[in-house]
Write a protein of this length. Structure first.
Length: 157
């Protein structure tokens, strides 16, 4: 492993952490820059392409979950496996759990494809795979209210 690859991996981890922190704080104007201009976001019931569509979907889901009073939401990241695909692209699998006011809310994996654009690692495609959720999950309520996006094929591992 070269120094350049180590630096790329750390920059990728920084993008993943920046996204998580901004999302939990509801700062979508910061979160959205973690995506490439033509980036894609996918959950079980939809797929959105482009920063404007992604931001709108995330804001809609949060409003549906929270109503007028923002609720506690904290994503905790676990194992993060990064595989470089050349010098300008990488794939990452990151495990997560989410804590809300009701305790453990949901858990799963992020399946990411990232690209290096002008020295910044950004999501070209982020797929959220929820593998478990609490019966009272706020996430599921919010995700079910998302504006319906187009379906897409899953990203390859």
């Amino acid at each position: 492993m070269t120094i350049d690859e180590l630096l790329a991996r750390e920059a990728i981890r920084k993008t993943i952490a920046r996204y998580t922190e901004a999302g939990d704080a509801g700062r979508y104007e910061d979160l959205i820059h973690c995506y490439a201009e033509d980036g894609a976001f996918e959950i079980a019931n939809g797929h959105w392409t482009g920063r404007v569509a992604i931001e709108q979907a995330l804001r809609t889901m949060r409003r549906a979950r929270d109503g007028d009073a923002p609720l506690l939401q904290r994503h905790h990241l676990g194992t993060c496996y990064i595989e470089m695909v050349g010098h300008q692209e990488a794939r990452a699998i990151t495990y997560f759990t989410v804590i809300s006011q009701g305790g453990l809310d949901h858990a799963g994996r992020y399946l990411d494809r990232l690209v290096n654009r002008d020295g910044n690692w950004q999501f070209a495609h982020r797929k959220v795979v929820v593998e478990w959720h609490s019966p009272n999950s706020g996430f599921i309520r919010g995700a079910d209210s998302a504006p319906k996006g187009s379906r897409s094929e899953p990203i390859p591992p």
